[in-house]
Design a protein around this ligand. Structure first.
Ligand SMILES: Nc1ncnc2c1ncn2[C@@H]1O[C@H](COP(=O)(O)OP(=O)(O)OP(=O)(O)O)[C@@H](O)[C@H]1O
Ligand SMILES: [Mg+2]
Length: 315
């Protein structure tokens, strides 16, 4: 807790690299430098929600990178991924893929944005109807895929149907393989989470082509790309209609909604309390997933990254 507070002023917002190591693409969370057939991916401490960048969270980049690396390693025999190496706790060297223009979202529970749409009477936007009469946070008998388009910076991702994807955006054989990979990854994630006392509620995957091969890219099963609930308290909370015990980014979405922000206009400035709370939740999740305490690298993140990149002869 004290360590998190101390780190509030040292978080990594922007990484400017003096040397020209490749074209710089700034995403909401990552800073990518494209180097021939590789990408140097720096996961900053920035946090985004409703497609807005809101500020930074202590240790977030390190936690996300380490959780993603944990999962990529665990699932590498089931689905090929983009990892080459990790020269710093929040930097990856990845295979530069040609990205599919869609995100594959898999859900085992009706919650979050899907619940918000469903309870407003919106249904069928993914090319199939979700059954009537579901309650918030109810489990689906079978997980469902609710794909979305990958929007440009500042735009919102839009729901899309499988039919439209295969007729307009991605060849069917490739899309089917991506779906198959996504389902396999999700199953592996759910099984491991269950063993560790967690529920992997839903998640988002991105895929790309590299040397003619379909690979999973970006990040997998992180608290930015997935929802995680505490397994033990699920039933009781569900029966009583109470919120679930969440260890993911939904914490910040809920906070924004409480401040009256639902995605349009200018988001409120994050308070130190919510920045600390999210850091704590992400650390708790790290511990639950990996079984180990999270060991934060305190202090000047930028300096450390530059040092490690020099050591790896990248700078
Ligand atoms: N191996 C890879 N090859 C090519 N692109 C990748 C790879 N891994 C991740 N990416 C892309 O890098 C970006 C990651 O940055 P980040 O997560 O900050 O972006 P975002 O906010 O999700 O989206 P955007 O870039 O549209 O703002 C994503 O656009 C993702 O598709
Ligand atoms: Mg992203």
């Amino acid at each position: 807790m004290n360590e998190i507070k101390k780190q509030l002023n040292f978080t990594l917002n922007d990484l400017k690299i003096e040397k020209n190591i490749g074209e710089h693409y700034k995403g909401k969370v990552r800073d990518n430098f494209h180097m021939n057939d590789k990408i140097l991916m720096v996961t900053s401490d920035r946090v985004s929600a409703f497609d807005h960048v809101l500020g930074t969270i202590p240790f977030k980049g390190q936690i996300l990178t380490e959780i993603a690396n944990f999962w990529f390693d665990k699932t590498k025999d089931i689905v090929p991924n983009h990892i080459i190496s990790s020269p710093d706790p929040q930097v990856l060297i990845a295979k530069k893929a040609k990205t599919l223009p869609v995100e594959i979202i898999i859900r085992q529970y009706i919650t979050g944005s899907l619940w918000r749409e469903y309870s407003d009477g919106i249904n069928g936007q993914y090319g199939f109807d979700i059954e009537d009469g579901l309650k918030q946070n109810q489990k689906f008998d079978q997980c469902i895929i609710t794909p979305s388009t990958k929007a440009e910076y500042g735009q919102h991702d839009e729901p899309i149907s499988r039919e439209k994807i295969i007729s307009e955006l991605v060849p069917e054989d490739i899309y089917s393989k991506a779906e198959d990979y996504a389902l396999k990854l999700f199953k592996a994630g759910q099984e491991w989470a269950d063993k560790m006392g967690l529920i992997l509620v839903d998640t988002k995957y991105e895929f790309g082509m590299y040397n003619g091969e379909l690979i999973v890219i970006d990040e997998i099963h992180t608290p930015d790309s997935s929802r995680y609930w505490i397994k033990e308290s699920y039933d009781e909370n569900f029966k009583k209609g109470l919120p679930q015990n969440m260890l993911d980014k939904e914490n910040i979405r809920q906070w924004l909604i409480e401040q009256g922000f639902k995605g349009e206009g200018t988001p409120p400035k994050l308070s130190d309390d919510i920045r600390i709370l999210l850091s704590e939740k992400y650390m708790e999740l790290y511990k639950k997933i990996t079984g180990n305490d999270f060991e934060p690298f305190s202090g000047d993140v930028k300096k450390r990254i530059i040092n490690n990149l020099e050591k790896a002869s990248i700078l």
